[in-house]
Design a protein around this ligand. Structure first.
Ligand code: UGA
Length: 441
């Protein structure tokens, strides 16, 4: 099938490239000329493992191309047009739908034949109905609408695309549902051939939109719940790893998203939980549980600073290494990363802060020293905070770390990812989140 994908960010680029890999003829569209130029040179604007290989292969096979709509949208549009533009958080927590509206308006105005607009961007429940009423009714050709939320995790988005738990398609017209289902038919067949089940959930637009928010809100709830349990573990001297694995073996609970630490970040959970809270309030309903999830997460990221200020009376004269800036490993994305709160707080306390991340772009925080290697960051530091569980940090030579660091040599493991014994054996002081009351000792 011929397919267009609007937006070449984390969602759109993965979607476009993977659809081409499935055999479709895909045009990826973006208004950012520089991005398109670089994509045409085979350079990905995002760090996502495996993406450049897929770009090169599919461009070479003639299935994938990149273009800007500068010369008009009509030549770039296919019978199925995915929208995957950003829906950033506004000041009040609502999703900003400016880019979505602009893309849908342009497509409706210039559609050269009947087509289906498929919303991949995360938009609040009800948005589909509003967009259809506002833009699609006046299109020169019939333009249908469907919602197809994404469930890809950054850093493993390509694997998530090819191994989905489910594909959710929301639409009112049978024709639109059929078109989108046809897009995914090769993926369903591929999953079947590999012995994996891939359910297609066909529903109405508002329910599809809501499934996306409900899924992200529930996963965020799991994380805040386990983080609250970790704090209780610290009070009662229990070990959160043992508690989480004991809970996770119950198939009704499941083991995933029960990793305690300094909380969730990224462009999705913080934004989507706040947007869902906003929509609920706007509709006259106070979603108290979700508000608590958000509060717990905001509090959790302060833990390293709270504990270091107790453990290091000389924090204001100390050097603290912040290891990891990305919101999670295997991505260069620093959006809503706990590091963005931790670094300024440490600076406010008067500490000298050195930062290192193997991949993430530098964060622009006045006063923080950006280092090129982990050793540079650790040199002379009294404490280190592991914000992101990059393999490089898990595999550190702890004896060498001890030599590089000064004073008590505190390692605050914000992701409960390190081997506490290996750290302690090297003569360093290990602190974590709910691991056997470790950070109270
Ligand atoms: C998340 C969802 O997992 C995807 O299904 C969804 O498609 C995506 O948001 C989106 O809405 O676009 P992502 O933000 O890439 O994906 O990352 P996750 O792997 O879900 O991690 C989110 C945050 O939760 C990270 O900061 C991670 O460190 C944290 N986390 C995750 C925990 O603190 N504990 C856990 O057990 C799991």
């Amino acid at each position: 099938m011929k397919i267009s994908v609007v937006g070449t960010g984390y969602v759109g680029l993965v979607q476009g490239v993977c659809l081409a890999e499935l055999g479709h003829q895909v045009t990826c569209i973006d208004i950012d000329e520089r991005k398109i130029e670089r994509l045409n040179e085979g350079i990905s604007p995002i760090y996502e493992p495996g993406i450049e290989e897929l770009i090169t292969r599919n461009v070479a096979a003639g299935r994938l191309s990149f273009a800007t709509p500068a010369a008009g949208w009509a030549p770039l549009l296919a019978e199925v047009v995915f929208i995957a533009v950003g829906t950033p958080m506004s000041e009040n927590g609502a999703a900003d739908l400016g880019y979505v509206r602009s893309a849908v308006a342009s497509i409706a105005a210039e559609a050269p034949f009947p087509l289906t607009v498929v919303m991949k961007s995360t938009v609040p429940p009800g948005t589909g109905h509003v967009l259809q009423a506002r833009f699609l009714g006046e299109a020169a050709h019939p333009v249908g609408y469907a919602s197809n939320p994404e469930f890809l995790r950054e850093g493993q988005a390509i694997r998530d695309f090819f191994e989905p738990d489910r594909i959710v398609i929301g639409g009112a017209a049978a024709e639109d549902l059929a078109r989108v289902t046809a897009v995914y038919q090769p993926l369903v067949e591929r999953c079947e051939a590999e012995g994996r089940e891939c359910a297609i959930v066909s529903t109405d637009v508002a329910s599809a939109e809501t499934i996306k928010y409900a899924s992200n809100a529930f996963l965020s709830t799991k994380i805040s719940f386990i983080n609250e349990m970790a704090n209780v573990c610290d009070c009662v001297g229990a070990d959160i790893d043992a508690v989480a694995s004991g809970m996770g073996l119950d198939t009704r609970i499941g083991p995933q998203f029960l990793k305690a630490g300094i909380g969730y970040g990224g462009s999705c959970f913080p934004k989507d939980t706040r947007a869902l809270d906003f929509i609920s309030t706007l509709n006259g309903y106070e979603f108290d549980l979700l508000k608590a999830v958000i509060d717990v997460n905001n509090r959790q990221r302060l833990l390293p600073v709270i504990h270091l200020s107790k453990a290091l009376p000389e924090l204001h004269h100390s050097r603290i290494a912040v290891l990891g800036l990305a919101f999670k490993p295997h991505t260069d994305d620093v959006r809503e990363s706990p590091a963005l709160d931790i670094v300024p707080l440490l600076l406010e306390e008067g500490a000298e802060v050195t930062c290192y991340d193997p991949i993430a772009a530098p964060i622009d925080i006045d006063g923080a020293v950006r280092c090129d290697t982990v050793w540079e960051a650790l040199e002379g530091a009294s404490a280190a905070v592991v914000v992101t569980e990059w393999p490089e940090f898990i595999e550190l030579d702890w004896a060498r770390v001890r030599e590089a660091m000064t004073g008590p040599g505190i390692i605050f493991d914000g992701r409960n990812a390190l081997d506490p014994d290996a750290v302690a054996t090297a003569g360093l002081s290990y602190m974590a989140v709910g691991r056997d009351g470790a950070h109270r000792r």
